[in-house]
Each structure stands twice: as C-alpha cells, then as structure tokens.
Design a binder for this molecule. Sequence first.
Ligand code: C5P
Length: 409
Amino acid sequence: MTSRVSVHLRSRRILLGITAGIAAYKVAGLARLLVSAGAEVQVVMTPSAGEFIGAMTLQAITGRPVREAIFDAQHEAAMGHIELARWAELVLVAPASADFLARLCAGMADTLLHTLCLATDAPIAVAPAMNVRMWANPASRANMKVLGERGVMIWGPASGEQACGEQGPGRMLEPEALLEKVRQVFASGRFAGRRVVLTAGPTREPVDAVRFVGNRSSGKMGYAIGEALLREGADVTLVSGPVALPVPAGARVVSVETALEMHRATLAEVADADLFVACAAVADYRPVSTASQKIKKDADTLTLELVRNPDILRDVAAMPERPFCVGFAAETERLEAYAEAKRRAKGVDMIAANQVGRQQGFEADENALLVLWEGGRTRLPQQAKTRLAEQLISLIAERMDAQTTTQDT
Ligand code: C5P
C-alpha cells in the first residue's frame, strides 16, 4: 500500500481574498495550483489590491469574474454577497495585509471581502504578509491573538528577506505551502488522504454497429459506495460503464463501455491507489469479432462466438504493490460457499456477496450483503444501497486499518 497523501480538492469551493501587498503577484500561482487540484476558486479583491495584480489574470486562471465592489449590480444579480459568503467552503486571504487584518479584527464591513468574512460560516484562513516591524508591532500582535482565539487560521508568515530589504518574519508563505495547508483543512473523514479506484455499472460488448451484449447493472451500488467514500474524504476515481446516474460531486469519472476498456482504464488508474473496489458487473465474455455494419436478419439462426474477458479484479489483486482489494459476488445459490471460493480464487482482501434474483441486487434500490474477509464475516441486512454503502466502507476502513497495523508490527 502506498503512503501518498492525496486529499482531493475537486469541487471544493474556495473564496480567495487578495489584499494590497507586494506578495499579491504570487497569488496567480496559488490560484492556478488550486484550480489544477480541482477546486472552484472565486477571487475577491480589496479595492487597492488591483494595484498589485490584474483582475483579468485571475479571471483567466479561475474562469470566474473577480469580485471587488460591495454594491455591484451586475455581479450581485448573479450571486449576491450573502450567497457568496454561503457558497464558500473556505475563505483564504492571501496576502493578508496589516490593514486588512486590523479591520477583520474590528469586525468592519467596508469592503466586499470584509463583509464576506463577517457573513460566512466557512473557516477563514489568512496568510499575513507585511514588513517585519509591522508584524512585530504590538497592535498587530494583539490583532493576531484575537483572530487566533476566534478560530481564524493564521498561516505563516515565513521569515526571510523582504521586498523592503529587511530580514525577518513577514513574508507570505509560498503558494505550494499554502496549497498544502488548504489540503489539510479538507483532510477529514476516515478515508482522508486515501486514493480509491472504483469500478461501477455494466459493460457493453459490441456485436455490430448498433447492438451489444450487456447486463442489467444500474451502477447504483457502485455510485453509492463512491459517494460514501467521498463523504469520508477519499480521493475517488470512478471507472464507470454506461449508467443513467449523476456524477458524484468531487469524483473523477473515467467513462468506458467495454470490459477491455474498463480493464485498461482501471490498470492505468490503480497504480498508486490505496483501495480498489470492483463493483462493476463486467461482462464475462465478448463477441470474438464485431461487425462494422448492422447484421441483417437473413438467416433463421445466428451464432455468436464469444471469448473470455480479462478479470479486472484478479489482475489488480495480482499486482505486486497492490491496493486493498474489495470484490463483489452476485450469487443465486450457496451464497457463502461460492463467495468464499471467489475471494480465495481472486486473491482479494474482502468480498461482499449478495443473493440475486429475488427483488435484490441488480437495478433495485435496496440490497443486503454478506461480507467476508480472511478470518471474519459479517452480515449487513437488507436496506437502501446508500445506507449499505456507508456500512460497507466502514468495514473496509476497519480492515484496512487492521492490515496496516499488522504490517507495522
Ligand atoms: O467472477 P465474478 O464475475 O462473479 O466476480 C465478481 C467480482 O469480480 C466483482 O467484484 C466484479 O466487479 C469483478 N470482476 C472483474 N472483472 C471481470 C469479472 C468480474 O473485475 N472480468
């Protein structure tokens, strides 16, 4: 298992406040890092920040118009300032000037950024940047103490040479360091810092230009597991066959159609994953050849020759540096015996077995699971797939932790 810490920022809504300071020129780099990490970034500048960095640059990077004025009819109509305060999951002010911090401390609301800081429920982080003497001044010291006591996160400043030529604390933290801090804010939940690859849905094996061999999988179980993992802070990549479900917010989806495509995409994604959950109903066989045109119904009988598809789960479980592997087993009879045999044959850490054929399993909203692992088993009773997914990932977390502990000792 890898130790890579990857807290996803996909779809995280970050309000990036910029105040007047020479370090503002570096914020374009920070905005780019946040956007590259998947975050949605809304820049709000104080009126004089524009002296140090152009709004057009930030708009181009973030893809959103920069907000500046409190009373701005055009932008207020699109998203009012209170709405904007509610939209944010994190307010990060970088650089935060001495003046901005003093006003924040006093609870002033004379700029849009100050108003938002007063109105938001989101955590607020500030990256102070100012002259070393201004930072050391008792007024700044007192302000920082109060802000810290109010729960404002104070990131930095760093020490070093300053633009004014003096040495000491007062430099804004570098964009990479600030990105790391942002990741830490969102690193909560049992799967925080864990990268998960999940297959879901059916595969379609083309017979000709318009027909395919497929199955009834709706993808509901896989998507519910993806959503539960995202809620627990995981970085989720969903390799999904064709389904009619919305993309879980924050997941990266790789859309595939055939088993071969799913196999290729999964092996490409799984290299540095901590967990692999194979929830897809992969077609066991595919037509040996695909007709490029629609097959005409001239003959009374038609024989399709099929060939075995690769087993994605087995191949991932056989990797030397493999993630924790969880598979599913849909059985119509002898549930436990067949599922246990499958667990061993595929060499996976855990298997979740379900009885199919009786209002359960495919397409249904409810399911029940018998979960098996080396030396243990538990039954998760029939319930909504969303609830079931939560219980299953909780079991997975327990087993992953137990395995890590065993490896460490
Ligand atoms: O062998 P069986 O299809 O019953 O195994 C089911 C489990 O194996 C599921 O977790 C499924 O996602 C996975 N599987 C796979 N690749 C295949 C067939 C099954 O990953 N070709």
